[in-house]
Design a protein around this ligand. Sequence first.
Ligand code: NI
Length: 159
Amino acid sequence: MALRNIVTDEDPFLKKKSRPVTEITDRIRTLVEDMIETMRDADGVGIAAPQVGVLRRVAVVEVEDLYVLINPVITEMEGDQFNEEACLSVPGRAGKVHRPTRVVCECMDLDGNPQVHEVEGLTAVCFCHEIDHLDGILFTDKAEEIRSTELDGEEEDEE
Ligand code: NI
């Protein structure tokens, strides 16, 4: 496992759309391991492959449980929540974003098997935030009330 560099939002790379994974190769397994390590090292609750410079539809989320999302698609959503988000690729800023309160996500796991996750609350926010990254969308594209967090006394979880 290895830490990877996190791409930040001044880089237009983050605006690109990621391509689906067609086969679970050793390269994909290593990517996922490295993303988990990089997310944890940065005290994040999620990270998407484009944030480590790889345009593949892969994301990991860790809120209580660890989720590995390969080719994730949100198939159901309901409700509305409006909470502040941050992002490992957007240092020093946070902003409030509307997200569903519950989502159902279909994806593939690291064995290539189909998975369905039904998640709520913060986990649902993280799923939406990370899947947005795969389409080149940052929370700052959707947020209201973006503010600087540079003067915050404590570090927040970042996605
Ligand atoms: Ni993010």
